[in-house]
Ligand binder design. Structure first.
Ligand code: SF4
Length: 86
């Protein structure tokens, strides 16, 4: 299980979630200008499911995977793979 960042993050990227994540597993794909239509993402293998990020998001974009929707589950997973390749 992991948490997933969804559409509401796109164009906002407040990043309040980053400050509370105890394992620093919330990222923004770079370069920011090229990928501005994507949300920040939670690395699916690094997240420890603590839930600290969910209430911090000012646009309510974060959900536990079981309550999240596609395509955002897949997008977070794919971005995690991209991050591993950097
Ligand atoms: Fe980080 Fe916890 Fe949110 Fe996972 S659930 S992204 S570990 S703050």
């Amino acid at each position: 299980m992991t948490y997933v960042i969804q559409e509401a993050c796109v164009g906002v990227k407040d990043a309040a979630c980053v400050d509370v994540c105890p394992v620093d597993c919330i990222y923004e794909i770079k370069p920011q200008e090229k990928y501005k239509n994507l949300p920040m993402f939670i690395h699916e293998d690094e997240c420890i499911d603590c839930g600290a990020c969910e209430p911090e998001c000012p646009v309510d974009a974060i959900r536990v995977e079981d309550e999240a929707e596609e395509p955002w589950i897949t997008i977070n997973a794919q971005l995690s793979e991209v991050q591993d390749g950097l």
